[in-house]
Ligand binder design. Structure first.
Ligand code: LM2
Ligand code: CA
Length: 475
């Protein structure tokens, strides 16, 4: 469950939060595939409660049934998306919510209803006997409470119940039939690993008609926050390793802390297992996700320069399975995605530079981020080499002889050094400031000598804060 089934030469996924299926299909064809993106995490696809006038994004984490009709489209549109994205080598991972059902709102996006008082969800169907007895999670270190009581007061399904297992398996197998490559499992730490193992064992192999090899198992990223030690959390994240990868929240917190200026960049030389994070194979990494980008503790699109630097490091560094965030603009936490007068989600619109304009942020289209995805694809599995730092906030390293990147996070001090890039001699286009266009570069360039060394200059005020060159940016 740890293989994301990426096409050869691709290496990063992006969460297109709250995009419609038809818009994702088009984005796969027109932008993601041509720019080497490997996959998309899509928002929950099953029927959810309709909240209020604001049509908050949170709606989609309150299931009403497993019918695939949401604000993003219906099952036919979902199937069209997976077919078109798989055809161009972009995998679809769907956010699945089955720890709980909605605890508010009684009308669903497919027109079904819920009777909250009686725990009645007829479109599944679930009734009271399928839920755990009602209790609050008071002690987050108690493994029984976090699994069997109600997260945020949401009615908690009992995954030990045979009928519940059957309904979840049917739901996930329907998505597999429709061509998904895997799942983002919401609230995974609130479900027992043993119950999930039974459910996983009943899942089909991925659909070969969508280009997956025979016997391929779905990729899984489980939302598991913390779980660092029995003492702190009452359970271990490693209990979930047999089920796939899990979200490495420490990665998000620490990379944000470092690039916010609260720690030295030089310590990044051991980022990953060296910082006590999960083994790389089981770690899903991100700078921000749809939850913590709203909490103000991590870097997000709102930070601009430091966010681009953190994301560039994220993509340049070989640890974990990287997931990028692609947001809609928000000014309050609960705000929903861009919509029209009657509440329907609207398609992203693009300016002449290909940047989103009408409320969608589209970080994945930002020049530096798009180009760093390419950097990651070009360097492939080449090892980190030629690490250099100034003892503070200026760092540089290569990925074998395939790519080289330097960061200047030192306030007020230019980076001006003659450094070993590991690359063959030549003139290279700096992808942070430009792109290669024929035999010239639209931005800065770097001249690498026959000894692999180059004069690297990054002024303290350069907007991007980093410089990167790779085998395919050679002029
Ligand atoms: C997650 N991961 O494990 C999601 O990433 C997160 O976004 C979800 O919460 C959470 N688990 C449950 O799926 C979000 C939001 C919550 C919101 C829920 C459900 O952050 O604030 O809960 O979605 O919409 C809110 C209230 C809650 C209330 C619920 C009504 O906080 O008290 O429950 O709405 O359905 C009665
Ligand atoms: Ca639970």
């Amino acid at each position: 469950y740890t293989d994301p089934h990426w096409w050869t030469g691709r290496s990063a996924m992006v969460h297109l939060m709250d995009w419609r299926w038809q818009d994702i299909a088009r984005e796969c064809e027109e932008f993601l595939a041509p720019n080497g993106y490997a996959g998309v995490q899509v928002s929950p696809a099953n029927e959810h409660n309709i909240f209020d006038d604001q049509r908050s994004w949170m709606e989609r984490y309150g299931p009403i049934s497993y019918i695939l009709t949401t604000r993003s489209g219906n099952q036919a549109a979902f199937a069209d998306m997976t077919r078109r994205c798989n055809a161009v080598g972009v995998r679809i991972y769907v956010d699945v919510v089955f720890n709980h059902m909605t605890g508010s709102g009684t009308l669903g996006s497919a027109g079904n209803t819920a009777d909250l008082v009686n725990r009645n969800y007829p479109a599944v169907p679930y009734t009271r006997e399928h839920f755990n007895p009602s209790c609050n999670i008071y002690n987050w270190n108690n493994p029984y409470e976090i699994r069997n009581c109600e997260l945020l007061g949401l009615p908690d399904l009992n995954q030990g119940n045979e009928h519940v297992r059957t309904k979840i398996v049917e739901f996930l197998n329907n998505l597999i039939d429709l061509g998904v490559a895997g799942f983002r499992v919401d609230a995974m730490k609130h479900m027992w690993p043993g119950d999930l193992e039974v459910i996983w064992s009943r899942l089909k192999n991925l659909n070969t008609a969508h280009g997956f090899p025979a016997n391929a198992r779905p990729f899984v990223v489980g939302e598991v926050i913390a779980g660092y030690s029995i003492e702190n959390d009452g359970f271990l994240g490693s209990e979930y390793f047999p089920l796939g990868t899990i979200t490495e929240f420490r990665y998000s917190q620490e990379i944000s802390r470092v690039f916010s200026g609260n720690d030295l960049l030089k310590w990044l030389s051991s980022f990953g297992e060296g910082w006590g994070f999960w083994p790389s194979k089981y770690a899903l990494t991100f700078v921000d996700n749809h939850d913590n980008q709203r909490d103000g503790h991590v870097l997000t699109y709102k930070n601009g320069r430091t966010y681009k630097m953190a994301t560039a490091f994220h993509l340049a560094w070989p640890y974990g399975v990287p997931r990028l965030m692609s947001s809609f603009n928000f000014t309050n936490r609960d705000q929903g995605p861009p919509r029209d007068a009657v509440g329907n989600i609207v398609a992203p619109e693009f300016n002449a530079n290909g940047q989103c304009t009408n409320g969608w942020v589209c970080e994945h289209r930002w020049h530096q981020i798009k180009e760093m995805v390419k950097f990651r694809n070009v360097v492939g599995s080449a090892a980190v080499a030629n690490w250099w730092d100034n003892g503070g906030n200026q760092i540089a390293f290569s990925r074998g002889n395939r790519g080289f990147i330097a960061f200047n996070g030192q306030y007020g001090i230019d980076l001006s050094q003659n450094l070993q890039t590991g690359l063959p001699a030549g003139t290279y286009c700096d992808i942070a400031t430009g792109i290669k266009s024929g035999s010239s570069c639209t931005g800065g360039s770097v001249v690498v000598g026959s000894d692999g060394r180059a004069n690297i200059f990054l002024s303290a005020t350069v907007p991007e804060g980093f410089l990167a060159i790779h085998a395919e940016s050679r002029l």
